[in-house]
Design a binder for this molecule. Structure first.
Ligand code: MSP
Length: 628
């Protein structure tokens, strides 16, 4: 059982064949928020994330881009780090499976696994899904498609090492019985229990047709199956073999958050490996659902994805995490879109919280000279409502129920709005009843201060602003989240608005295609030219447009993640010949739809009536380089 004073939370580590997207952002934001919540208490907290850099899928992506796997993983993992920073993620460690510390742990644990008698050599003959990096049994490989992602399977025939997973069925069942919270939510646990009931098959744990991986100790013809070594990142990152004190403090992990698609690896394979090597099992594996758009899993390949970085640059970091948690109940699938973010933003952030703060603090400045005094008593209903909200919030967050926890605090925000409406401070000001006015305004300002501490994991930037508006430092803690904390004779600052309203029509307009203006024939200033942001990118995929013969749909690897561009070059290029080409990408064009397909910029080409050639560079240079 984990040390109660410590809290160790992990995200899955992400494949680097693609840049971060809304799904990977969602789980990383969940972990960031939960780690911020636990940091409010006097507790040691560790939050780790990172990249899964080995395996066939990463090897194939590197080859397509004419990079060595190492070059590829170096570039891609940097993108992850940058984007997490843009999203306000504050992790304690960023682990990469190509790091020596990880290889050392994997060698050690795999050797232990072999010595445990639970590994044998055999032949695997069957299907493999490269995008999921999974072996697929024949009975599940209908029409040669992966049962999880529906993509084509490949046939592999390899001499492999196998783990006797079948031998762990009873032990795992016992663990589930004795630890009812091991897998959450319970409906996901039931799926795992059904698998255990059906009995487990032994699994392949090596590949011999893949070279990009960690070799099997003593048998370098094979590499360790990516899923087995990737799971071990969680102990590497907790200091296993490198920092005994750290490991003692944080292992076993308190909460490992994963998507429902990778739950089996974490709730069955991972505990079996830990049992075999004699390490304690994590306390909870928490499975979240998928973010959907129009009822389907949101994904770039389906063209229904919203980009987390675009949303953050338009609406701020807090609006993204708040709206994701509010729209999707952790565990279940949920729909999400830019429109749903805007609705939440306007109704809950701008109206309920932003307006409350603005109107009350403005009155303090206008009617009380900016100074608050602690009243002799605070209304008992307010005290009771606050205590209820705070304790419910704690309970929900400790049980990983983010949406319900936020709801509890919002009930209190709404109570405060009613309190203001009913107390009519504007009438008290008019009647010059300054003592009563101070009591009303103090009650709300003091509540906002307490709320800032409670809400800081969910709205980190906003809560700094709330405290700064109230003229306090942003040293968030659970103990400071109490009422009657503002001392007498306390002067507040002139309030900075928390959430300027978003005009929905304006936001929608931003998404609409603007007709290109006719170019004036006269010359332009350098400032005009500098408005065009261009960079060198490579082409990851090229396909014919489903509705237009002249158009190709290109997927580009850019510094802001994968971007899709529709380009009129189909008469001049075969799609396959474009893969891996470095081209110039105009990245700040407004997105538009071309014959129903989203285009997020353009690639440059030189053309005349007969020929067309894509603009490139005369020697290979680093991707993401600025073109000017
Ligand atoms: N590398 C493995 C994990 C190894 S952990 C030892 C992997 N990586 S991944 O990059 O493909 O996926 C990472 C996570 O993103 C998964 O938990 C997956 O569920 C999540 N998501 C991808 N698309 C998603 C949505 N549309 N919605 C929510 N999360 C989804 O798997």
């Amino acid at each position: 059982m984990s040390n109660k004073d410590s809290f160790y939370i992990t995200t899955p580590i992400y494949y680097v064949n693609d840049n971060p997207h809304i799904g990977t952002a969602y789980v990383t934001l969940i972990c960031d928020t939960l780690s911020r919540f636990h940091r409010l208490f006097p507790k040691s907290v560790r939050f780790t994330t990172g990249c899964d850099e080995h395996g066939q899928k990463v090897q194939d992506s590197a080859t397509k881009l004419n990079r060595t796997p190492q070059e590829h993983v170096d570039i891609m993992s940097k993108n992850f780090e940058t984007i997490w920073e843009d999203l306000g993620i504050e992790h304690d460690d960023f682990i990469r499976t190509t790091q020596d510390r990880h290889k050392k742990v994997v060698n050690h644990l795999f050797t232990k696994l072999m010595k445990s008698g639970m590994v044998y050599k055999g032949k695997y003959q069957g299907a493999y899904c490269t995008p999921c990096e999974t072996f697929v049994t024949q009975s599940k490989a209908e029409d040669n498609k992966c049962p999880d992602c529906s993509r084509d399977l490949i046939l592999v025939e390899e001499d492999n090492y196998f783990l006797k997973l079948s031998a762990f069925t009873d032990k795992l069942q016992k663990h589930y019985d004795e630890n009812p919270d091991f897998v959450q939510p319970s409906y996901r646990k039931n799926e795992m229990l059904a698998m255990l009931k059906a009995g487990l098959d032994d699994i392949s744990i090596s590949r011999d047709s893949v070279s990009w991986g960690i070799p099997i100790p003593g048998d370098s013809e094979h590499v360790i199956y990516v899923w087995i070594e990737a799971l071990m990142n969680y102990v590497t990152s907790a200091g296993y073999l490198s920092d005994d004190k750290l490991f003692e403090t944080f292992w076993p992990a308190t909460c490992q958050v994963v998507g429902k698609d990778i739950l089996k690896f974490h709730a069955i394979t991972w505990p079996a490996v830990l049992m075999a090597v004699g390490l304690p099992l994590p306390q909870t594996i928490l499975a979240h659902g998928f973010i959907l758009a129009d009822g389907e899993k949101m994904s770039k390949s389906k063209g229904n994805a919203v980009s987390p970085t675009d949303l953050v640059s338009k609406y701020g970091k807090d609006a993204l995490r708040f709206s994701l948690f509010r729209e999707i109940s952790l565990g279940q699938d949920g729909s999400y879109s830019e429109e749903s973010l805007i609705k939440r933003y306007n109704s809950e952030l701008a109206n309920d919280l932003g307006n409350l703060s603005q109107r009350v603090l403005a009155m303090v400045v206008k009617n009380l000279g900016g100074t608050l005094n602690q009243p002799a008593e605070i209304d008992t209903e307010t005290l009771a409502q606050f205590d209820k909200a705070k304790s419910e919030y704690k309970d929900y967050f400790e049980n990983y129920k983010l949406n319900q926890g936020i709801e509890s605090l919002w009930t209190y925000v709404n109570y405060l709005n009613k309190f203001v409406d009913q107390s009519k401070p504007w009438a008290l000001a008019k009647e010059e009843k300054f003592e009563q006015l101070n009591t009303v305004l103090y009650t709300v300002a003091d509540s906002l201060k307490a709320l800032a501490h409670l809400l800081s994991p969910v709205l980190p930037d906003t809560c700094v602003k709330i405290l700064n508006n109230l003229n306090f430092d942003e040293d968030f803690s659970w103990d400071s989240a109490c009422l009657k904390q503002i001392p007498s004779d306390h002067t507040i600052n002139k309030a900075i608005p928390l959430f300027p309203r978003i005009e929905q029509s304006k936001a929608q307009k931003q998404n609409q295609q603007k007709k290109p203006k006719k170019q004036a024939k006269n010359l332009i200033d350098i400032e005009d030219f500098q408005k065009i942001k261009m960079e060198l990118v490579s082409i990851l995929e090229a396909k014919k447009h489903p509705e237009a013969d002249k158009l190709l749909v290109l997927q580009l690897s850019t510094s802001q993640g994968k971007k899709q561009v529709v380009s009129g070059i189909s008469n001049y290029y075969e799609p396959d010949s474009l893969i891996g080409k470095q081209v110039v990408f105009v990245k700040n064009l407004k997105p538009c739809e071309l014959r129903g397909v989203l285009s997020e910029g353009m690639v440059l080409a030189a053309s005349n009536k007969k020929e067309l050639s894509l603009v490139s560079v005369d020697q290979k240079i680093q991707e993401g380089s600025k073109v000017s």
